[in-house]
Ligand binder design. Sequence first.
Ligand SMILES: *[C@@H]1O[C@H](CO)[C@@H](O)[C@H](O)[C@H]1NC(C)=O
Ligand SMILES: *[C@@H]1O[C@H](CO)[C@@H](O)[C@H](O)[C@H]1NC(C)=O
Length: 592
Amino acid sequence: MGTRREFHGGLTFSVALLLLLVQPLIVFSSPPIACDPTNPSTRNYAFCQTTLPIDKRVNDLISRLTLEEKIQQLDDQAAEIPRLGVPKYNWWSEALHGLSNWGHGMHFIGRTIPAATSFPQVILTAASFNPDLWYRIGQAIAVEARAMYNAGQADGLTLWSPNVNIFRDPRWGRGQETPGEDPTTASKYAVSFVRGLQGDSPTGERSGQLMTSACCKHFTAYDLDNWNGNVRFTFDARVTAQDMEDTFQPPFRSCVEQGRATCVMCSYNRVNGVPTCADYNLLTKQAKNLWGLDGYIASDCAAVDFIYGASHYAKTLEEAVSYALKAGVDINCGKVMNQHVGSAIKNGNLSESDIDRALFNAFSLRMKLGLFNGNPQKLPSGDIPPSQVCSTEHKNLALQAAQDGIVLLKNTGNTLPLARTKVTSLGVIGPNANFPPSLMGNYNGPPCEVITPLEALQSSIKNTRFEAGCNIVACNVTKIPEAVQLASSVDYVIMFMGLDQAQEQEGLDRTDLVLPGMQQTLISKVAEAAKKPIILVLLSGGPLDITFAKNDPRIGAILWAGYPGEAGGSAISSIIFGDHNPGETSHDFFAM
Ligand SMILES: *[C@@H]1O[C@H](CO)[C@@H](O)[C@H](O)[C@H]1NC(C)=O
Ligand SMILES: *[C@@H]1O[C@H](CO)[C@@H](O)[C@H](O)[C@H]1NC(C)=O
């Protein structure tokens, strides 16, 4: 029970003022609310009557808007409409593997809730093949999002996650964000995670009200960012009808049909010549009409501008906004609707009814989130306090997710687990051993707390010494003699190598699949010098060709640990010492 709740719970203004004077350092923030019951000029509008069906309420609201006001609702930073008591709304928030400060909707810095639980990057969580875990992570993120909203730290509950693109090309920098290359796994991931985020039951029974809104992105056939002169903004994915049906569309279809995601985001690329955000067949005929998307379509950020600016598919920005709206885009990420819809209506490229459809979908969703119901405390989720963010339960879930995702790739002669009592000295080597950003993956948020692998191992084995061996993960400057010296003077050696965001990320694809720079040389030299076969831990999202390590008998064990999130160090340590068995399963993936 936070002070903030009591503040909204009915204290009179003067008592509240007194509290503020007595405790001047506590900042009370309140959630934005429409249809405030204490506002006599708005509370009687039909759109505020929660007893009316949502379509009636939305049509009432739209009928009250001027054209200018309508246009200001079409971009992700939707304007306030003060005369109707409608607050601004930020559509863009991210929650790929925990709430994030990417986007405009979530605010952490200097606030009551400074951090959120940072789960492993999705590619690792997917490797658990555990839909129940995926569901519970979605559910935990939704609770944290509502707590942020209740604390006045979120001006939106529309989360632009998950990324369910098929990881077809292993060099793709964003493959880490996805559940991998298999359409079946990606579909199951989409359904479970979305049900968790939106507040449905694991088997899809609807709750009375959306907890948050999930968005399946990036629709579709998108697995190239920036490779060898090919950039996503102009890339034209040529895909056969069969490959679309077999490979790229199943996760989106499942996301909408079974997961009942309330949003789909169109991507930057073209598919068979047409920018996806301008493709009526894809957005309206398939996602909305065939699959029954009950929600809205968002554009990826600036993707509508690029229909003109990057790909010149449209001759003007007026044409670009009209193509997008007519194809089915409801919310544009960026500013181009504000800037060009007015002139597109004037020159005849668009009609007002094209934008009324978008507004209908947008406001319906805000109402389904309960954001036009007056006092947000009275919502089913209105009493979730800040203490439910970074709770022990959520932190344990982050640990479990990392433990269940980590994969044992090699374990010759039972190198693992190590018995703590038998390790008299430990050498930890590698640029990923003590570098917190390497644990996080992209689209991260401020984590509750981070324990690096080195810190976790040090807390088990007192006599632990560390040598990074490489200046950075790119490993273009080495300290091989120092690493070799350490390796030869300790009982056991554990190396932390692999990739980081400087090797693979949004806007950066790889050109090969081998370890960066001098990493392989360092590993081989250390393995040669060590007293016993070494343990190699790889952090990466995309796959790595480690044939040399597989074949090297001086490398006894290999673990792939993805980007394991805030609890990654503890998870790796628990596996190394046998507290958790990475081969253990507690679920039946194919029965789900
Ligand atoms: C947009 O409007 C301009 C000016 O009226 C016109 O030349 C152009 O053909 C229109 N484009 C589309 C796609 O309707
Ligand atoms: C190593 O790589 C980094 C990142 O690419 C670069 O900034 C640095 O100059 C390189 N150092 C050397 C010695 O090449």
